[in-house]
Structure formats: structure tokens, C-alpha cells
Design a protein around this ligand. Sequence first.
Ligand code: PGA
Length: 271
Amino acid sequence: MDVIIRENYGQMSRYAAEIIAGYIRTKPNCVLGLATGRTPVGTYKELIRMHREEGLDFSEVRTFNLDEYLGLGMNLDKPYDLDQSYARFMHEELFKHINIKKENIHIPDGLAKEPKKYCAYYEEEIRKAGGIDLQLLGIGGDGHWGFNEPGSSLGSRTRVVALNEQTLNDNYNAFFKKAGFKRSEMPCFAITMGIGTILEARNIMMLASGGGKADIVAKCLEGPITAQVTSTAIHLHGGDVTVVLDEAAASKLIRYEHYKQVERLKSQYGL
Ligand code: PGA
């Protein structure tokens, strides 16, 4: 596992975007797992810049998003009807600015008539695409990946979940409040890829930014593996695992100096 620490959010975002761009240049039809939230917005902005200024080509790229609120869904023709959906978030923050094909975008459908069956279908779609090459991840205040709240099985698959109080509060404050929603109007169920699904991605990259994430990042990277902090499953992944943090998010890591030293040595020896 590589732990990369950058001075600030902008540098963290540029580093992450460069990794993603590397996948796209090497394999133009690569399958990217994408995430929503405040954290990846800077990475998406940088990818958009690369598309505009450097011709980064998304025309063959395929994407699968981690999660979606239940009751809100994917309709990229009418994204404004679905104000707080993750489908709209992705459309606004990334998809409408790049040359990705609509049929190559996959986001769990929060309006699915039979959500349970739909979850199995979503898993099948990932399999049919040949699996995910690189899964981008944030980390929730409660340590979640996607909406895999504390107590989710580390082997879990795509399924319907109930959101816990901390996630509801975090997402209300970050998104719904600004849009004029009452706290009681928050959707409290979601469809999420499971931890087992995420672990099947060939490689993963987790981002975290800001002092508010410092404690949970330390628990995730340096605490015991536990279903109470589902992102601790990071230690069970066998592919390339990259964690990109800004200084504030890295500030509670016990082995901070070690991570810096490893990065210096790897760059010195070209590893
Ligand atoms: P955030 O959310 O990027 O808005 O902090 C991360 C997450 O919940 O995974």
C-alpha cells in the first residue's frame, strides 16, 4: 500500500487525477469505479482540465459508481428533476464536461422498481464489463466506503442499506441543507456496492482531505481490521492500493514519517 501525502487539497487532487489519467492512457477502455462526495470534486475538475487542454479521451472509458440514494435515480436526460441524486452530482461534476458515452456510465438506479433484483443486475453488469480496473474511494466520517456503514459485512455485495445517523448528518450538512431540504426529508436508504464488491476491483485508490478526517484515516490505515470501520478492508486488498491524503487528513498518522520516507526512497530508486 502506498500512502501519498500532499500539502493541500489541490495537490492531492492533481496527484489522484494523474493516476486516473494514467489508467485511461494505458487502457482507453478501462473500467473506472467512481465515487461521489466533496472529496473527489477537485480530482474531477483536474480530469476535466486534462480533457480540455491535453485531449484526455474518455470516449471508450466505462464507469460504475459506488452508490445512490434509494428514491432518487438516474435519468441523465433530465438530471435537474433529481436534484440531490448522485446521478446528477456525477453529471454536473464530471460527465457533462467530458466525452464519455452515456451508455458507458453506470450508476445504481435509486428508482429501481425491484431494488433487490436490481442490485444483483448491477453486480452482473460489473462482471460483464470485465471487472473494475481502478476503484476511486473517499472515506466517510464513520469510516465507510460507499454507503457501507459500520457493521456491514466485509464480504458484502451490492445491496440496499439503511444510512446511519452520522452519514445522514454529514450529507445533510454538505449537500441537502444548501439545497433547502429539511433534515427530515433526507433519503434514509441507499443502494451501495458492498465491501466484497469493492475488494474485487483490481486496484483501488482512496482519497481523504481535511482535519475532520484525520482520526478516521488513522483508524482505517493503522487500526485493527474491523467491520465497525468498513474501510479497514483496505488491508485485505491484493492489488495496487494507493491512499492519497492532504497534510491535514494525514496529521494523526502514527507512521507519518515512515510514509514520507517510503515515498522519497521510491522516487529516488525509480520504484
Ligand atoms: P465526503 O464524503 O467526500 O463528502 O467527505 C466521503 C464519503 O462519505 O465517502
